[in-house]
Ligand binder design. Sequence first.
Ligand SMILES: Cc1cc2nc3c(=O)[nH]c(=O)nc-3n(C[C@H](O)[C@H](O)[C@H](O)COP(=O)(O)OP(=O)(O)OC[C@H]3O[C@@H](n4cnc5c(N)ncnc54)[C@H](O)[C@@H]3O)c2cc1C
Length: 352
Amino acid sequence: MQGMSRHQAPAAGPFAIRSACERITAAAERTAAVGPWASGSMAALAEHGLMAAFIPAEHGGSGADEPGRLATLAAVASSCLTTALAFSQWAAAVRIIAAGDPSVRATLLPSLARGAKFTTVGLSNLTTSRQHLGRPALVANLDGRGWRLDGLCPWVTGADSSDTIVTGAATDDGSLFFVVPTTAAGMVVEAPLEMLALSGSRTSAVRFTGVQPAFVITPQGSNATRTGGLATTALALGSARSAIALVAAEANRRPDLAAIAAGLTSDLEPLEHRLLAAGLEGIALEDRDRLRGEATSLVLRAGQAALTAAKGAGFVRGHPAERLVRESLFFLVWSCPQSVTAAMLCEFAGVD
Ligand SMILES: Cc1cc2nc3c(=O)[nH]c(=O)nc-3n(C[C@H](O)[C@H](O)[C@H](O)COP(=O)(O)OP(=O)(O)OC[C@H]3O[C@@H](n4cnc5c(N)ncnc54)[C@H](O)[C@@H]3O)c2cc1C
């Protein structure tokens, strides 16, 4: 685990975000190979105070507001989507821990704010994954010695690079969140998956056999684990912005592309505005899903526009266009609300 020096993390302002993103961009190639933990990109987020921005001031953070956090995630996604994915899963775990009781907060949050420890989530077993099987993928049972977890988290980004996993498991009367150390007896982290894109996120399945969690957290509200949160839209828009920048760069040499870059930008900016407004004022679930759907559609179109503009050169492995187009497909399968999946399938099939 790449630890960081113990220092008071500064609040993340625009300069800190820019400096962190420069480091993350410079490390992107290495991140794709070894992951953002080993490449130093997660350390860059911590050292520039971007992690602290997600953590309340009383626990060593700087407690940025929701629009600030969303803008940070989008900026990181424009620099390196692998790092942004790891950061978003870290942030999802932190959000759950921050809703825990005072002892879990005080124990875990200060070292997460400093980047001295890393965490991640394995929650898809409660939301999207394996729902059709009719039985929970991960169950929690209470015995005389406390809670025991048995089953599978099919998708855990950075499981082999994190100190803890925040997961959710079915109980006899609902579900609970659990914080589990990755060194816990009975936990097996499988080898990271080789994927179409983002293999550097070191996403793996994690198996649990009688695993004893370190902390239990009661979910707050019925939307605690809903798919398609605003963070997923922030990543889609950040990635779309970097694809549009590629089209704009080509347009410098080929003026016929200027209208294409302008058209995509005019789609992007209102979505960014709606995202930040949603962070500030809140958003109804139906509108949140609609926003995610439009962001998913844009990131796919922007990636393909970048590839088309780059022509054959963009099709060669290592060109940013081929990477962006592969990465855009991630948004079709990651934390995708059912209404968005259904709309995308209808669009592909040309049916209403
Ligand atoms: C790169 C990446 C990183 C991720 N990281 C995380 C993470 O850190 N934490 C996390 O919680 N989640 C993570 N996810 C999970 C993600 O949010 C979704 O939950 C996941 O992509 C859903 O896909 P699934 O294969 O699990 O879906 P499932 O619904 O389980 O589908 C699996 C297969 O089952 C079959 N199937 C599906 N529905 C039916 C049906 N109704 N009847 C019969 N067969 C069916 C299909 O053949 C399908 O291919 C990640 C995903 C990706 C791609």
